[in-house]
Design a protein around this ligand. Structure first.
Ligand code: ARG
Length: 645
């Protein structure tokens, strides 16, 4: 009803009673709601709050307000009922208003150009969103899918509300774990050590990420019982960090050739991992650019049209950046110590963010290595400074709650007032059914992980099979692969986004791929179906001129229900943006698709495109509006639309 509420408020604000009591458009919208029973009216204005402000009894105010209203273009009847003013709308004008709003903001055939539901709440402000952020040398796991898709949807939804959004992949490419990896590689594959020492830039050859991960896991396990091994891991990392810090600081490299060799291994690990991650991001339709964007062509793009650039690309700024390129970590540590915010504790430097009883935030470990925490502090400062961010958000699983609480508190303690604009956008686990029927989260450590790549491949393969069965002609066409990908990947994405992000997602193949249920394929199929209805109209009556589609002919209650949902859509996008909650958009689409399918059942006899040309035109006008809102919503969620399936 949102866009109707606004139009109604505009109309009421000019009525004498409202003007006299100082109720302007904005206030009226605030007090308008939907009455509990349809018989009472289409909208009701609750008088409790405004009456209190005016020192009147709610019933009195309602009576006075109702009296002064003459029937207008939209409002057809007004009655006071106790503390409420009930309003009935002229359905025809209301329908015309909603349809026009959709039509004027959804021009052309490219869904990426449709703008219904856009707003200007952001007003050019900047949000930096941390999304995806996997660790290198580890396969992408399904929780990274959640972060990627929730983050990407948030990016698009915020952009639709007038925000500039910079998406950052905070790659886990630094930390003591790399010491273990390097030590393991050297121990189990002496040839790698030799190649790295002799200056080979690809010392790892063609190792896969899974193999790298296995080396890490093996070394980790062995060093748990062997202090000497554990020490060698720490030493390798110290060499790496010393080498890099010397490089950045231009100081003498105390790590010597061993540090250089470790650096080569690390760099190659990063390259190999990124090549694998890229495959996945391409699948999902995301593009990440290396930061800083240095090549001439890109740099020009960045300077000339930065907003376009950030709309199309997210950035890779790994954790190593704040150690290797900016020296920010050491400066933050020094500042924190100088400001007496940080203190020494058992050889480490820490900040007690939540009092002495709670574990402190670690800045520097006892062995001198930088921590995950300090790299996040550096990243936050960098993001805020570089992009003048008004808000920073982190799309990261709920298990890191404490980490972010400490991070934000530390920022505040360091005097950054903008810390108040930081939020941890947490989310629940992806659960898989185990052979014994129980649901459990996957675990890389126990070796039962379900890899993201397998998951997406499986989805695409299943869609291909279903297509071969149901639509063999399409399955044999050149479009088949693109469609199978869009529908397969979309199935996984929609399954992820349709429930509140904090809920755990049960991953059930049957539900994910169900062409009838609340699934991605169902939503995409509805979009396709609406396109075919329009096609059918064209075949029978020629190109429709929607301006001639008479809203008065949309008199069924089912049609009114659909129109109300269309009117509600912009408010859903706005709320999704405010609450970092893409599921609000997904739910609105599910409801819209549901209402539309009910309508189609009801109109079976007269049909959408039937023998009455005027009725058919009015109905396809509604179909077109629904199709555009559905298409707009699915695009906001990061899904690709198809024209056939
Ligand atoms: N690399 C971490 C992981 O895979 C997530 C990083 C989240 N972002 C951040 N700024 N801490 O669990």
């Amino acid at each position: 009803m949102e866009i109707l509420k606004q139009a109604v408020a505009r109309e009421l604000a000019s009525a004498s009673g409202f003007a006299r009591h100082g109720l302007d458009e904005k206030k009226i919208v605030e007090f308008l709601g939907r009455p509990p029973k349809a018989e009472m009216g289409d909208l009701a204005l609750g008088c409790f709050k405004p009456a209190k402000e005016l020192g009147l009894k709610p019933n009195e105010l309602a009576a006075q307000l109702a009296q002064g209203v003459a029937a207008g273009a939209l409002v057809s009847a007004v009655t006071a009922a106790g503390p409420y003013v009930n309003l009935r709308l002229n359905r025809e004008s209301a329908a015309a208003h909603v349809l026009r709003a959709v039509e004027t903001s959804s021009v052309g055939q490219d869904p990426r150009q449709w703008r219904f539901g856009n707003g200007n709440e952001g007003n050019g402000r900047t949000l930096v969103v941390d999304l995806s952020s996997p660790n290198i040398a580890k396969p992408l796991a399904v929780h990274h899918l959640r972060s990627t898709m929730i983050g990407y949807a948030i990016k698009r939804i915020r952009e639709a509300q007038g925000w500039r959004v910079v998406g950052i992949n905070h790659l886990g490419d630094w930390g003591t774990g790399f010491g273990k990896l390097i030590a393991g590689l050297k121990k189990y594959f002496p040839a790698i050590a030799r190649r790295a020492e002799s200056g080979d830039p690809r010392p790892l050859g063609d190792m896969s990420v899974a193999e790298l991960n296995a080396v890490y896991a093996r070394f980790s396990a062995e060093s748990r019982e062997n202090e000497e091994l554990a020490e060698s891991g720490r030493a390798e990392f110290a060499l790496l960090e010393q080498h890099i810090e010397a490089l950045v600081g231009g100081t003498r490299d105390t790590a010597g050739p061993a540090g250089e060799a470790n650096f080569r291994i690390w760099q190659h690990t990063r390259d190999l991992s990124l090549a694998e991650f890229e495959r996945m991001y391409t699948h999902l339709g995301l593009s990440f650019a290396q930061w800083p964007v240095v090549d001439a062509a890109r740099a020009r793009v960045l300077n000339a049209q930065p907003d376009d650039f950030y709309r199309e690309h997210c950035l890779y700024i790994g954790e190593s950046y704040y150690v290797a390129a900016e020296d920010l970590c050491r400066r933050i540590i020094a500042d924190a110590v100088a400001a007496k915010v940080a203190e020494e504790s058992e050889g480490a430097i820490v900040i007690y963010t939540h009092g002495k009883d709670k574990p402190p935030l670690m800045l520097v470990k006892a062995d001198g290595a930088t921590s995950y925490h300090v790299r996040d502090l550096a990243a936050a400062v960098y993001r805020q400074r570089h992009w003048h961010a008004d808000e920073l958000c982190y799309v990261v699983g709920g298990e890191q709650k404490l980490h972010f609480e400490q991070l934000f508190r530390a920022l505040a303690l360091l005097g950054h007032r903008w810390a108040a604009g930081c939020s941890h956008v947490d989310f629940g686990l992806m659960m898989f059914q185990q052979p014994d029927g129980k649901w459990a989260k996957t675990s890389t450590r126990r070796g039962t992980a379900i890899m993201l790549e397998d998951l997406l491949d499986e989805a695409v393969r299943s869609v291909r099979e279903i297509m071969a069965q149901k639509n063999p002609e399409l399955a044999g066409s050149p479009d088949a692969e693109r469609i199978a990908r869009a529908v397969g990947v979309g199935a996984v994405v929609f399954n992820d986004l349709k429930n509140g992000r904090r809920n755990n997602v049960k991953f059930d193949w049957d539900a994910v791929l169900d062409f009838e249920g609340e699934s991605g394929p169902y939503m995409q199929y509805q979009f396709v179906r609406m396109g075919s209805v329009l096609e059918k109209y064209r075949e029978k009556y020629g190109e429709p001129d929607f301006a001639l589609g008479d809203p008065a002919l949309l008199s069924l209650p089912e049609e009114w229900a659909i129109l109300q949902q269309l009117a509600d859509f912009p408010a859903a996008v706005e709320r999704a943006s405010r609450e970092f909650e893409p599921s609000i958009v997904a739910r609105a689409l599910i409801d819209l698709a549901g209402a539309t399918s009910t309508w189609w059942t009801i109109t079976k006899d007269t049909r959408i495109v039937g023998d009455n040309p005027n009725l058919s035109l009015a109905r396809v006008r509604l179909v077109d509006a629904v199709r555009k809102v559905l298409g707009r919503g699915l695009t906001l969620l990061g899904m690709n639309l198809v024209e056939r399936m």
